[in-house]
Design a protein around this ligand. Structure first.
Ligand code: FAD
Length: 595
């Protein structure tokens, strides 16, 4: 059976210090991609379409898949043994009673698309029209729609002109749920005047909508992470001479040098085996044309800072020689803030039946193996709803005074609350022996911002992440409304026969109690963005890291391509937007110098 050819540092680089006798061509590539994650895998595939270029991808995690890593429900559990998810504690947040939360990402070829909850969401057009309003020319919705389309192959919307049918990345909807409770719960969401739609990714979807989610599951009921879709074994074997994939290898820093005219140029990367036991030797690879950082919103700023590009005072404090003062590196981190409301339900209405009933577990495995069906084949959430909180009245019903209020192409109308029903426990609380169900109101347009900073100048150290939740107290206002909407939905769903018993919910609906509940129960959503954000200036009113071509300001030959470049977070799960960015980045690189 064909496998993705995985190389080691010594196969693609030269030992450091570089021996002048080693032929430069043996460690030089046209493009070096740092991080073969969600976006990095797409970019590597697209750039290597051109038979005349060479591409090196360096990824700190492994490449190979296991059976379990492709089963939708199993692979989406970051706490199972053998997971490719890495977790570490973010800094405690004094503004939310000192709460500290764990941050998480996938560390493998395919990155976080290997371990996430599989949801494919683009976000409403107004999200990207806002990027254009922020001055990012070429990044409005109509500019970006073609990049969403070329990447995907929808199995559920064959007639839609807005959806891709020929791309490598398969997704589909599960319009029915294995959990009976979903019917009264979704009916209750509609009871709050939220329209049911067929396709949440259709650009004409109103700003308040409920619909089945598209998920990255193929026709054989297997996860389609971006490495599987864009770097399949056949493609990587066919391109083995020009596409080198170096896995289990950690990039330490970039080689950035000053040229004769005084400008900075990124020339190469230093890297070594991720496993410290095999890392006795550091290696070097050189880029003929460009280096692209695709190490994610937590990784890309870390590598820039380790290379001397970042906020000057912080780098000095960490004893990193400063090459370029770029205050926005690692700054302006955003993430969605969610607050689970937790209910007990019968085991049959919850994924927890798998842990609590041997019969249910055996049945699930048998129906997956024999027919590719059943609980293991489906996502734990198959629907979601989006709401602009300012349209919710005192009874938590959506009231649009004018139909244009729901026009989601307008940036000011974008939904700021997502309410998702999930047949699973989304808290850290251990609730043994029970079926658990969650209503998850999430603030998807937060004003609060955090940061990523070096904890140490040692590249093996995890960066310090300050999630910054509620550093802007205005964020309480929409989230309170989202929680009241969830309470309304729970009450209405019960009236429609849903067997929901309160487990962890607010004790009253007063602002004070809801705010206390938020601080005690909030969670990060792992949708980290904007730590190398796009914009026109390094300093000034809106400091940024990359320009509209994703080139790092002030450094030649260096781009960033992952969720860190989002000028502002989008009100969508961030994987499909990351892939869109990679598709556009590939186009920008291929067309560089043509205009
Ligand atoms: C548990 C979880 C569930 C989620 N669920 C969803 C969902 O259902 N739908 C959705 O749309 N979004 C979801 N997200 C978010 C989404 O998956 C991510 O935002 C997106 O995949 C990030 O893509 P990226 O390319 O920016 O980064 P990543 O995919 O994280 O890629 C970065 C890569 O860089 C590598 N790397 C980092 N540093 C180095 C280094 N120094 N040297 C070498 N390699 C390095 C990493 O190992 C990784 O492979 C979820 C996230 C998590 C954690």
């Amino acid at each position: 059976m064909l496998k993705v050819p995985e190389l080691r540092p010594q196969d693609v680089g030269t030992p450091v210090p570089v021996d002048a006798k080693v032929p430069v061509d043996t460690y030089t590539y046209d493009y070096i991609i740092v991080g073969g994650g969600t976006a990095g895998s797409v970019l590597a595939s697209r750039l290597s379409e051109d038979p005349s270029v060479s591409v090196l991808v360096i990824e700190q995690g492994p490449g190979a898949d296991t059976w379990a890593s492709r089963v939708p429900v199993i692979s989406g559990n970051p706490f199972r043994s053998g997971t490719l998810a890495a977790m570490w504690w973010a800094l405690p947040m004094p503004q939310v009673d000192g709460r500290a939360l764990q941050v998480m990402r996938g560390e493998a070829l395919g990155g976080t698309s290997r371990i996430n909850a599989l949801l494919y969401t683009r976000g409403v057009p107004g999200e990207y029209n806002r990027w254009a309003e922020l001055g990012c020319e070429g990044w409005g919705y109509t500019d970006l729609e073609p990049y969403f389309i070329i990447s995907e192959k929808t199995l559920s919307h064959p007639a839609s002109k807005f959806r891709g049918k020929k791309g490598p990345w398969v997704n589909r909807q599960f319009s029915t749920s294995p959990y009976k409770i979903m019917k009264p719960v979704t009916d209750a969401i509609c009871g709050a005047n939220i329209a049911r739609v067929d396709d949440l990714n259709d650009p004409a979807t109103p700003a308040a909508a409920l619909g089945a989610l598209d998920v990255i599951i193929d026709g054989d009921s297997r996860r389609t992470s971006t490495n599987r879709a864009f770097l399949p074994a056949k493609l990587t074997s066919d391109r083995a001479a020009r596409l080198k994939i170096c896995t289990n290898s950690l990039v330490l820093r970039l080689d950035v040098a000053r040229e004769v005219d005084g400008a900075l140029r990124a020339r190469g990367v230093y890297f070594e085996a991720t496993n410290p036991r095999s890392a006795a030797q550091t290696f070097y690879a050189q880029a003929r044309r460009e280096i692209v950082l695709s190490a994610g919103a937590l990784g890309s700023p870390q590598i820039l800072m380790l290379s001397g590009i970042g906020p000057k005072e912080h780098l000095e404090h960490k004893d990193v020689p400063v090459l370029l003062d770029v205050p926005a590196v690692g700054s302006y981190l955003q993430d969605h803030i969610s607050v689970p409301l937790t209910y007990e339900v019968p085991l049959s209405d919850s994924l927890h039946q798998l842990e609590n009933s041997t019969f249910a577990a055996l049945k699930a495995v048998a129906s997956y193996l024999l027919a590719g069906r059943g609980i293991l084949s489906a996502p734990f959430q198959n629907v979601t709803s989006l709401v602009p909180s300012w349209l919710l009245d005192d009874d938590s019903r959506v009231v649009a005074h004018d139909p244009t209020d729901l026009d989601a192409t307008v940036p000011g109308n974008c939904p700021d609350i997502e309410l998702m029903p999930i047949a699973n426990n989304c808290t850290d609380a251990d609730i043994p022996g029970k079926g658990v169900f969650t209503l998850l109101p999430t603030l998807i347009r937060p004003k609060s911002r955090g940061s990523v900073r070096l904890a140490t100048s040692n590249p093996r150290g995890r960066p310090d992440v300050d999630l910054g939740f509620f550093d802007d107290p205005d964020d309480y206002v929409p989230l309170r409304k989202g929680i009241r909407l969830a309470l309304r939905v729970a009450a209405d769903a019960r009236a429609r026969g849903a067997p929901l018993t309160d487990l962890i919910v607010p004790e009253s609906t007063s602002d004070q109690e809801i705010d206390r509940f938020i601080r005690k129960n909030l969670r990060d959503t792992f949708h980290y963005t904007s730590t190398c954000r796009m914009g026109s200036q390094i300093h000034g009113e809106r400091p940024s890291v990359v320009d509209g071509y994703l080139r790092v300001h002030g450094v030649h030959g260096l781009r960033v391509c992952d969720t860190s470049v989002f000028p502002d977070i989008v009100g969508a799960h961030t994987m499909a937007p990351a892939v869109m960015v990679a598709e556009k980045c590939a186009d920008l690189i291929k067309n560089a110098g043509k205009t």
